[in-house]
Each structure stands twice: as C-alpha cells, then as structure tokens.
Write a protein that binds this ligand. Structure first.
Ligand SMILES: *[C@@H]1O[C@H](CO)[C@@H](O)[C@H](O)[C@H]1NC(C)=O
Length: 672
C-alpha cells in the first residue's frame, strides 16, 4: 500500500516516473557540526542587536518630550509604532467610554486608504449596550483629547477615523527603520520558544518535483518568519533515504555507474543509474509475465516484479542493509552522503540552510515498536484480516480508519511518522512542530495528529500542518526529469535571455550571470508566493520573468533602483537619520510613510495565516507607492536639506523592501 507520501506527485507528462517515494522515520543526527555552530553564532548576534534597540522608540519619544501611552497587554510598542498610537487611542476611548481596554484595542483597524484615517474604530465593536453608535461617534470624537499623537478624530457614521500626527509619525518611523535596519519588523512574540519546521524532504535518486519545490520555499519562508518572531527554529530536511530503491541503485551502479560521474554530479548520475536499472526490472518482469511494465520497481507490488532477476538482486541487497550488513551499508552511505553534499549547495542558492539532514535510514526500530505497543495499550487498534487498524471515526467521523500495520507485520508510513514525532519531541522538547506538506496529505496529517493525541501526548496539540496546492506545467527545456538544480539552472538561463533583450542595460551589468541567477530565483519564488498557498497555479516562464506587472524581477528592480539612488548621493547615514522630516509635505510621502509604518503589523498578520502572499502583496503595494513618488519627490538637483529628507524616506523604503524580500528567502540585488 503506497498511498501516503510526504509530497505526492501529480502524474504529468514530463515526469517519466510517477513515484516520489516516501520519506520516513529517522533518528536525528547533526550531520554537519559546523553548520550547527554557525547557526548559534548568528543567533547570538541577533539577540545582541535586539537588546540594544529595546527602548529605541521610548527614547525617541522622550526626545520629543513625550512618553509611551499606557500599554495594552497585547501591544508591542517598543517594536511596533502603530501600537504606540493604538495604545494612546485605547487609553482615551477607555476614559470616555469605560469599555474594556483589550476590547477597544482589538477593535482598532487599519483602513485600506489614508483618506479613511490611519486607524478606524467601528463603535458597535466596543460592545457597549444601549447606545446609538451614529450619535456617539460625534460626541466621542469631540471628547477625544488628541494630544500630540493624533491630529484629527473624525466621526463617520458608526465609525471614528483617527489621523496620526504626521510629523510625529515621520520622526518615529523613518528613524526607527534607519536605526534598526534588518531588525525592523522583528516582534518578540516567540522568545524562549522552539519550533521545528520540516520541509522539502526529497527522495534520493528520485526527481525533485514541483511539490518539493513548494515545500522548500514555503518552508524556508515559515522558518524565517518564526525567527522574525523571536522563536528558535530548527530546520529539518526529512530525506527519503531508505528502501528498496537503494538496492536497485547498488545493483544498477555496478552495471551502469561511473565513479567519475558520481563525484561530479551525484544527484543526476544516481538518477540516471536508477532509471536504467528500473527499466531493466520493468522489462525483465514484463517479458516473464506478459503483463504491462510497472511504473517504478521500488514502489511496485513485489508480485509484479518478482520474475526479474535484477529485482531479486536488489531485494537481497536491501535485505542486507536492513540486517545491518556493513559492506552494503557502506555503499548506501556513500550515495547518501554525496547527495547531501550536493543538496547543501543547492539549498544555499535559495538561502536555506538546514540544521539537520534527517532521513528514514536512521530508523529507530524501537520507537516504532514503542508506538505500536502504545496503540495496543491505549486500546486503539483492532485487527482486520491480519492487518492492524485504528478506527478514528470515534473521535472525528471524517478521519476514517487508518492502517498502521500490514498483515505481514510491516509497519506503515503512519506508524513511522508517529515514532518519529515521539523521537523528535524527546530530542527537542519543541513548543511547536510544523510540517510543510502538500494539501493531498491533509487527511494523513489529521489522522497522524489525532493518533498522537489519542495516545495521550499532550504536545500533539502543538503539531501543525502547513499545506499548499499544486503547480501545473513546470517543465524545462531538457524535458521530463527535474531536479531543483535543473530548475534553477533553467530559470537562470531564461532570465539571462530576458535581460539580454535590453542590450544597452545589459552591457552595464557587472556580473550578469550572478544577477540572472538571483533575479531568476526571485521570479520563481514570487510566482509561487503570489496567491494563497492552498491554490494551485500554473508555472509560466514568460510571465514570471517579465519586468512588467507584479513579478520577482519587478521587485528586484524596485530594490536596485532605490539602492542606486543612495549610492549616487554623498549624504551620510547619520545625516539621513537626523533629517528634517517637516520638509516632507507631499501626500505621496504621507502614503509611503504610512505603508512603512504598517510593516510590523504585516509580519504579525503573516504569523497568523502563515501566508507568504501577505508579505508579497504588501511589498508590491509599497513598490507601487514609491514609484508614484519618484516623479514628485526628486532628490537630484534639490537643496541639500530637502534632498536629505527625501533620501531618508527612500532609504527607509529600500530597507523595508529588503527586509520583506529576505524574509521571503530572496537575495535583493543592489544593481541590475
Ligand atoms: C506633532 O508631533 C511633533 C513632534 O514630532 C510636535 O512637535 C507637534 O507639536 C505635534 N503636533 C501637534 C498638532 O500636536
């Protein structure tokens, strides 16, 4: 029974093999110690700079003769300037209405456009009985003491719209962004907590399909996001690195392998070998039985391939691996290690670095047995024709029955996942564990989480499945076989072609190859991140590599344009921080600052919905607004004071675009 897999491939024209095997249970071994050390080192630097800036906003207010308004429990006014204003409004509305402070705070919304205020409150949401909101909005707006924080409280039907003191906002926001730099947007919501994020999980010697790509980049984003929220994050790649496919590979390598090729390009070479040996088995079996060939020998029903002598050799080899035969394990280990070395380089191109490369190979047999025993002890299992099942309909009708052990005694995917989760909890004592797996696995994840809950594990409530839809039409020039490496190579080539179309500009690019790579990766990732995760989308090379419309290249272009503006000027960072922001009087400046101000709240929203699209949509809004400013807020040829204030605004914008892009996992380019 081969239904449950980390990522299921949609059989499509360009994948010759519809296989993508499972990645399963394993012990967690830190394979690369130096990566581990580097991770902690980085972590320390981060905490250091964070402590430094903890009272930055209060300090700035103090300079202006103001103090922090009374904070509401849920607010983070030392990290999020919007919360400073919300606290002020909450305090005033509480004084006037006597409504509960956290109810008021929760009722404060950010309207879409500035015309409707910086903050808006719908009075019915204050849950005060027996009032006419239409009348009260008038009365309360008049009673509202605006102080230095608010410039206007405007009644509008059942709403009150609040407008912030522009000059105060400019002072606080632009300075805060320029000071905090990459830390702007950080919110310490998860400090002291640990999250495990499992993502990507390819299968050695098998194609890396679109589902793996999505898991990789969405998982990368989720990990970054949790770090932005102060969590300690452990990134785990759960490789499919055990099973009969290794028997096939070993037999195939003897026949078709080349040491030279293996050293040069292990992933592609092992796959070539796999395809050849797989064909041998298919042909041998189909010749003997007269039946049509199976798709994949490692996944096929053993009865259908047993007539093949190659299959028999592979089976025996895998048996030796399972029995712990060192000579067999040595061969397997080489394939695995070489593949991982290559994976590390490829993931680095996407700015992803795993803390652990795990894999089904490190099977903690005792954990599986422990799990099976617990199923029995808790009275969860019943036997049906020799197979062991857990009836989950008792707990939730939709979950059905889950098969946990086949009649021949072999454990299934689900049992392995359970064993693995127990192991991980023992190792890490995580506060949350996230599985980034395609939505085809929704039922599997629900079953698996429910089983852990019924087994009595209190931490089962801290498991989360972050799912996503499918990608259609991702094929490359080379045709049907796709590995992450090939996808990235292809993207780079396509991007290079697009760049060459503008010959003049192309001639000015210093490192076209590198730029094509980085901009190309942005194209792939932005296309993926643009809509809600759960939606399917079509992979469109031409659209995603275009500089027009909301694309990765457009985002890169916006960033590089702002970078070049700063590069061309002789105004120092210190001057920028101390600019006279009263000189920014134009409405487009107000719009831009307002958008910069929202960034921490955008991070907070993304933390609720785990949607990269929340960040992407925000970044495009920001880019559109700044591009409207270029025609109005000139820097070149202006008086120095005016130029300084404007450039400070642009520098802050560039920083926020940079922060958003890196959060997504992109590398923003300085020139292109
Ligand atoms: C707005 O804030 C500034 C400080 O940046 C302050 O000097 C000014 O008085 C405030 N404006 C109003 C109308 O309170």
């Amino acid at each position: 029974m081969q239904i449950l897999k980390r990522t299921v491939s949609k059989p499509s024209a360009f994948f010759s093999l519809n296989l993508i095997k499972v990645s399963l249970t394993n012990l967690l071994i830190p394979l690369y110690r130096h990566h581990h050390c580097y991770y902690h080192h980085q972590h320390n630097i981060k905490s250091f700079s964070r402590t430094m800036s903890v009272s930055a906003i209060s300090d700035e207010l103090k300079k202006l003769g103001l103090s922090q308004p009374d904070p509401v429990k849920e607010s983070l006014p030392e990290y999020n300037i919007v919360d400073v204003f919300k606290n002020y409004i909450t305090d005033e509305l509480h004084r006037i209405t006597e409504a509960d402070k956290s109810i008021i705070f929760d009722a404060l919304d950010t309207p879409k456009v500035l015309d409707q205020g910086d903050i808006i409150v719908a009075l019915p949401r204050l849950r005060i009985k027996g009032i006419k909101p239409n009348e009260k909005s008038q009365e309360w707006a008049e009673q509202f003491n605006k102080g230095k924080f608010i410039s206007e409280a405007r009644p509008q039907g059942v709403f009150i719209q609040f407008f912030f003191n522009r000059s105060l906002v400019y002072d606080l926001v632009i300075k805060d962004v320029l000071k905090r730099k990459t830390e702007y947007g950080y919110l310490p919501l998860g400090v002291g907590k640990k999250a495990i994020v499992e993502f990507s999980s390819p299968n050695i010697a098998k194609p890396f399909h679109a589902g793996h790509l999505r898991s990789t980049i969405i998982g990368g984003f989720i990990s970054n996001l949790y770090e932005k929220l102060g969590w300690e994050v452990v990134r785990i790649n759960y490789l499919g690195d055990w099973g009969k496919q290794f028997g096939l590979l070993a037999v195939g390598f003897e026949k078709y392998g080349s040491e030279e090729q293996l050293a040069k390009d292990p992933i592609n070479h092992l796959f070539e070998v796999y395809v050849k040996v797989n064909n041998d088995v298919r042909e041998e079996a189909s010749e003997a039985t007269g039946e049509p060939a199976v798709a994949d020998a490692a996944d096929a029903d053993e009865k259908k391939v047993q007539a093949s002598s190659t299959n028999e050799k592979a089976r025996q080899f895998f048996r030796r691996m399972e029995d712990g035969d060192e000579s067999a394990l040595k061969i397997w280990r080489r394939f695995r290690d070489l593949s991982i070395d290559k994976y590390i380089d490829t993931y680095a191109r996407l700015n992803i670095k795993y803390d652990y490369y795990s894999g089904e190979s490190q099977v903690p047999q005792e954990k599986m047995k422990e799990a099976t025993k617990l199923f029995e002890d808790k009275g969860l299992v019943h036997v049906d024709r020799g197979a062991k099942l857990i009836d989950l309909t008792k707990f939730n009708k939709k979950l059905g029955k889950a098969l946990v052990e086949k009649s021949d005694g072999t454990s299934l995917y689900l049992t392995r996942d359970v064993g693995e989760a127990i192991k991980r909890y023992e190792t890490y004592k995580f506060d949350k564990m996230i599985y980034v797996i395609a939505s085809q696995q929704d039922l599997h994840c629900q079953q698996f989480f429910e089983i852990l809950k019924q087994m009595g594990f209190e931490w089962a409530k801290n498991l989360e499945h972050i799912n996503f839809g499918m990608v259609q039409g991702m094929s490359t020039r080379k045709g049907n076989v796709v590995f992450l490496d090939n996808i990235l190579q292809e993207t780079k080539e396509k991007m290079h072609d697009v760049m060459k179309k503008n010959a003049d500009k192309y001639a000015q690019i210093e490192e076209p190859d590198k730029i094509a790579e980085l901009v190309g990766i942005s194209a792939v990732m932005i296309q993926d991140f643009q809509s809600k995760r759960i939606l399917n989308y079509e992979f469109k090379w031409d659209r995603m590599t275009s500089f027009e419309g909301d694309t990765g290249p457009y985002l890169q272009y916006a960033h590089s344009r702002l970078s070049s503006m700063q590069r061309k000027s002789d105004i120092s960072e210190e001057e920028l921080e101390n600019a006279n922001f009263d000189l920014l009087t134009e409405p487009c400046a107000a719009n831009l600052v307002r958008t910069l101000l929202q960034y921490p709240d955008i991070i907070r929203r993304a933390s609720h919905n785990n949607e990269p699209s929340t960040i992407v949509t925000y970044l495009f809004t920001l880019c559109h607004i700044v591009s409207q400013c270029y025609d109005i807020l000139w820097v070149a040829g202006q008086e120095r004071e005016v130029a300084t204030a404007r450039l400070a605004l642009y520098a802050a914008t560039k920083q926020v675009i940079y922060n958003g892009m890196t959060l997504l996992g992109l590398t923003p380019v300085e020139r292109m």
